[in-house]
Design a protein. Structure first.
Length: 733
């Protein structure tokens, strides 16, 4: 559309025949047909049709109608038609509707008067409005508040027109008198808004004179008062009254309207940056955050709190626990925003309270009543991880609880837990012994391959004492079960050697094509029983502890290689801490048996996929290492891996610190800060850039003269001279 419109309704394009049908229906006496015809006419006009011959028909047959629906549609029609010609003059036929509008403004029915006054708010033609002004002003004293409300809106709209002060020159005085005697909330709000727009001084005087009674005002009027304070506090001439405005805003914080509370919080921050005012705004936002159930409202409130945190972090630290109460929301987006905001507000004073609250939330996720509890638990684990990394003193109170979730069905949450355990084990040596013991006790609960791999690495690197090493080796052997991984029966069928007579878990049998010769000389077909990961097991039974065996028999030879490497590290460390060589040799033999059993399984045709080359090479390397160990290899296996991990954590911490410092510099950059020229730091290019900078700074007037005299500027002397000569020439000139 090529012109602005106050009304938009979709309607398919019509035709000349439709215009004729509309005209015929309007000329008839059927009220329902007239209503439908007016609706079609309005829709056609809104979608670009002109209908030039329809105006006279409407004046003749529609204006006299007393039906309320037809009168409302008539006003919509008059609102959207073109009222001016190409030269910008009001069309002569517009005079025909003035008398009808005047009659409507004096109509005994309140509805007709009200919708007509509302229609006049959208007229911008002074020639049409001028004869209607006396009737509009008469409606200010009507007994019904519906008419007074729209009369005030019409006066405000007319007075704000370019020639409005000529149509109603005393409009602010009339509205001020009406406001003093008005009792209806909506009418008072319209009158006050009109004064705010057209007579600011009068509105300010009315507000300050009623400052003690603002709390008794209806919420609509309170909202208008807050908007006025926003407006008048911008110019410098009202700075002296800022204290009175702040007092009004603070009194409105006890309003029962949530919309007023939200606007008051924003007004407080805009009026003052004092810690008391900012704290009041933050408390108001937190109050709304805990009382509102709409997720969109909560997200908006969290955005406002985040803005306060950006500019007033010290004040926001005191309301961290109030923000945390928003975790009761079932929406994950709200929970994520709350956790992000809280993590940015951590201090040594509140970190213990925050960690304890997050610990309670983790416990709640165990009930299974929460929707998407696994994702929420993962977010909580990541938040606790961040708390413990930044403040290691709180790790001891939460790490043992989180280790119960190593066997979580949500693999992502379990991975976050084991990564947290790995980092805390390195950064907090005081907890190392208890965490290794707890990990050995709960290792059988782990069902995810990646979690098992990381947990095995932790056991191999941080099991230092004799009891820890022996416990770790026993745990791994218990989770692997009996060796070998399969046996061949007399009938030629292979079965899992760890299974009892009555199978506890279901198995999948895969037949191979290669025959095998049995002890009695007969032939049989080899097959292997593989346990599926998703097979249900009975807690406490033998099968429930064989997590490593189930994963390896499912074809996860990468995990099998990790098992071999972990056993190698444990055996090497056992040789250092175990005085009895017999016990050390026994452990070494058991580890070699595990590795050879894995290689036997991987090289056989029992499983659909054989062992991959990388895993095979790693396991063979472990076998050779245990058979012939040198001092250099022992040092690499027992020290270098842990040192590399410690270095990785240090680099990660340094990188995060640099990123935070860069963000702080960007957010606090000032116009007069020094500019750091990155290219000047380069050793190779420093001389060139120094030459250019020296030339530009010391000979700027001469350089401008060279630009104006282009013939001289094109001479190669200035650009082909050496760097030292160029700088010397600039200084000498």
């Amino acid at each position: 559309m090529d012109k602005p419109s106050t009304l938009l309704v979709h309607f398919d394009k019509g035709s000349a025949a439709m215009a004729n049908e509309i005209k015929a229906d309007l000329e008839g006496s059927d009220v329902a047909a007239k209503v439908e015809a007016m609706k079609r006419a309005v829709m056609l006009l809104l979608n670009g049709e002109t209908l030039p011959t329809l105006f006279i028909t409407i004046v003749r047959y529609v204006l006299p109608s007393e039906d309320h629906t037809i009168q409302k549609l008539l006003l919509l029609y008059l609102e959207i038609i073109d009222k001016r010609d190409a030269a910008g003059r009001v069309l002569p036929e517009m005079i025909l509707i003035c008398q009808n509008l005047r009659n409507n403004l004096q109509h005994p029915n309140e509805y007709i008067r009200g919708v007509t006054l509302r229609f006049l708010c959208r007229l911008s033609e002074p020639e049409v409005l001028e004869p209607l002004v006396p009737s509009i002003l008469e409606n200010l004293e009507h007994r019904h508040h519906f008419i007074r409300r729209h009369a005030l809106s019409a006066i405000s709209a007319i007075y704000r027109l370019p020639q409005g002060d000529q149509l109603i020159p005393d409009a602010p005085e009339l509205v001020e008198r009406a406001l003093a005697s008005e009792q209806d909330a909506s009418a008072r709000r319209n009158a006050f808004v009109m004064l705010c727009l057209c007579g600011t001084e009068r509105a300010v005087a009315y507000l300050l004179s009623n400052a003690e009674r603002v709390m008794e005002w209806p919420d609509l009027l309170q909202m208008a008062a807050v908007d006025l304070i926003h407006k008048v506090c911008r110019p410098p001439n009202h700075r002296a009254d800022k204290g009175r405005y702040i007092k009004i805003i603070l009194s409105l914080r006890s309003s029962p309207s949530t919309a007023v509370l939200y606007e008051c919080a924003g007004a407080i921050v805009s009026l003052s940056s004092a810690p008391t005012a900012v704290r009041a705004a933050a408390e108001t936002y937190c109050q709304l955050l805990s009382s509102q159930s709409d997720n969109n409202v909560r997200l908006i409130l969290l955005d406002r709190l985040n803005e306060l945190h950006t500019s007033h972090r010290d004040v926001m630290v005191d309301v961290v626990m109030d923000v945390l109460r928003a975790l009761a929301s079932p929406n994950l987006d709200v929970k994520r925003k709350v956790l992000d905001l809280v993590l940015d507000l951590l201090t040594p004073r509140n970190v213990e309270e925050v960690a304890l609250y997050l610990k309670k939330e983790v416990v709640k996720t165990q009930s299974g009543e929460l929707d998407k509890g696994g994702e929420y638990r993962q977010m909580l684990v990541q938040a606790i991880h961040a708390c413990a990394v930044e403040y290691p003193e709180v790790a001891g109170s939460v790490v043992h609880l989180l280790m119960d979730f190593l066997g979580d069905t949500n693999v992502a949450a379990a991975v976050d837990v084991v990564l947290f355990v790995r980092e805390i084990t390195e950064t907090n040596p005081k907890l190392c012994v208890s965490m290794i013991q707890r990990l050995s006790d709960t290792f059988y609960q782990i069902r995810a391959s990646r979690v098992c791999s990381i947990a095995l690495w932790i056991l191999g690197e941080y099991s230092l004492s004799l009891s820890e090493v022996e416990s770790a080796i026993a745990t791994i052997k218990q989770c692997l079960g009996d060796l070998p991984f399969f046996t061949i029966s007399e009938e030629g069928e292979t079965t899992d050697s760890s299974k009892p007579a009555q199978p506890v878990v279901n198995s999948v049998t895969v037949s191979s094509r290669r025959p095998v010769v049995l002890a009695d000389g007969t032939y049989a077909t080899q097959s292997a029983a593989t346990e599926a990961i998703s097979t249900p097991v009975t807690p406490g039974s033998l099968a429930s502890t064989l997590n490593l065996r189930s994963l390896i028999l499912s074809g996860d030879f990468f995990l099998a290689a990790v098992v071999a490497c972990t056993l190698t590290k444990l055996v090497l460390r056992l040789e250092e801490v175990q005085q009895s060589k017999v016990e050390a040799n026994k452990a070494c033999t058991g580890a070699l048996l595990v590795m050879t059993s894995i290689l036997q399984l991987g090289l056989s045709s029992y499983l659909p996929q054989p062992i991959d080359n990388d895993s095979y090479d790693r396991i063979v390397l472990c076998v050779r290492l245990l058979c012939n160990t040198g001092d250099d290899l022992r040092r690499i296996w027992l020290q270098s891996c842990r040192q590399s991990f410690a270095k990785m954590l240090a680099e990660k911490q340094f990188r995060e610190t640099e990123e935070m410092r860069a963000k702080a510099q960007i957010s606090h950059a000032q116009p007069d800060d020094l500019i750091d020229f990155y290219h000047l730091k380069s050793r190779k290019a420093s001389k060139n850039y120094l030459s250019v900078v020296a030339f530009a700074l010391w000979k700027l007037p001469h350089f401008l003269w060279l630009v104006l005299n282009w013939q001289l500027a094109l001479q190669p002397f200035y650009f082909q001279a050496s760097n030292s000569k160029c700088i010397t020439w600039c200084l000498a000139s």
